[in-house]
Design a binder for this molecule. Structure first.
Ligand SMILES: NC(=O)c1ccc[n+]([C@@H]2O[C@H](COP(=O)([O-])OP(=O)(O)OC[C@H]3O[C@@H](n4cnc5c(N)ncnc54)[C@H](OP(=O)(O)O)[C@@H]3O)[C@@H](O)[C@H]2O)c1
Length: 306
């Protein structure tokens, strides 16, 4: 493995604050939001020497409880690290952290950069080219699963990139998820993520429409959920979202703004490949309306617009 880590002893703290040697390489983690926070925590709890950076420092500071160190800039986060994970909101935020002031690519030759946010096909290609120009190995590895699976270390990693990274990254992915699927060259992970999230947004939309349709026909939507649940038609994900829609508690697991981003990224990737995603294109105006009020709420808030 090629890293830019210095020859030093890496340590992690125990419950009494005493530090013990660990054989794992240091890992930098940029973006400790709803997903990145628990992911970085799981790496620290698995024994990695973790250094985090987040734009809002308070959100990163919470991770000192599990032994992570907080860096003041993305560049400082990768100093001495062998592996970097990014879990920022989107492509522009990731590029800014990479090549903006104090960006993590400023001086990181030999680094392995694992990009795990959902940034879409065009941004993945662009970030990969930027990494190569800086002598950095780029792995495209978005995840399936939201905040609960992220906390439980039960994500599914949709990995893609150089074959020789499989063994290098197995311990990292093992700490984050319950399965890793290697899909091919960098870009394939993002393609799979867009396909999965296209399914997810269509399912959420049809769930919202179904409940609304039932209500307008004078039916009790809860009874329809019970009915669906008693047949193979009621997928666990759709039923969970249906319950959230009916309770009206839109505490976010997956923010509507990010789900809308993914729907738009899927439509763009489909158009570039000559495919039409008629269902997803049709839901976009309604989701944009819902996002005007509920951007930071759970995507179940699309029910308010149906
Ligand atoms: N939530 C899910 O269920 C889920 C599942 C799979 C994949 N994803 C994807 O994972 C990524 C992160 O999602 P999340 O749910 O963790 O989102 P989130 O809680 O909104 O966190 C977003 C992160 O990006 C940072 N950020 C946003 N704009 C930035 C900017 N301009 N410059 C620097 N940092 C910026 C935020 O920093 P601040 O703390 O300073 O705002 C935060 O660290 C997204 O691409 C999302 O689509 C989400």
């Amino acid at each position: 493995m090629s890293t830019n880590s210095p020859a030093r002893q890496h340590t992690v703290p125990d419950h009494h604050g005493r530090r013990h040697a660990t054989a794992n390489p240091p890992v930098a983690f940029v973006g400790t939001g709803r997903m990145g926070g628990p992911m970085a925590a799981n790496l620290a709890l698995a024994g990695f020497d973790v250094r985090v950076w987040n734009r809002t420092a308070d959100r990163a500071a919470l991770l000192t409880d599990v032994g992570a160190a907080v860096a003041p800039t993305p560049a400082e986060a990768v100093r001495g690290a062998g592996i970097l994970v990014t879990m920022l909101a989107d492509g522009p935020a990731t590029e800014q952290a990479a090549t903006g002031p104090d960006g993590f690519l400023a001086d990181a030759p030999g680094l392995v950069w694992v990009q795990m946010a959902t940034v879409g096909a065009d941004w993945t290609a662009r970030l990969g080219r930027t990494a190569t120009r800086h002598g950095v190995t780029f792995v495209d590895a978005p995840v399936s699963g939201s905040e609960g699976p992220a906390r439980a270390g039960q994500l599914i990693v949709l990995a893609s990139g150089p074959d020789e990274m499989r063994n290098v990254l197995a311990p990292v992915f093992g700490a984050l998820g319950r399965a890793t699927v290697w899909l091919g060259p960098a870009g394939a992970g993002t393609s799979a993520k867009l396909v999965l999230n296209n399914w997810l947004v269509d399912l959420a939309e049809t769930t919202a429409e179904t409940l609304s349709f039932a209500r307008r026909l004078g039916l009790d939507p809860t009874a329809i959920v019970d009915l669906l649940q008693s047949t193979p038609l009621g997928s666990p994900y759709a039923m969970q979202k249906a319950t959230t829609m009916l309770t009206g508690d839109f505490t976010p697991a997956f923010a509507l703004k990010h789900a809308l981003k993914d729907a738009e990224l899927a439509v763009r990737a489909a158009q570039a490949s000559g495919t039409e995603l008629a269902l997803t294109e049709a839901l976009l105006p309604r989701w944009r309306d819902a996002a005007a009020q509920h951007a930071d709420d759970d995507l179940a808030a699309v029910y308010t617009a149906s």
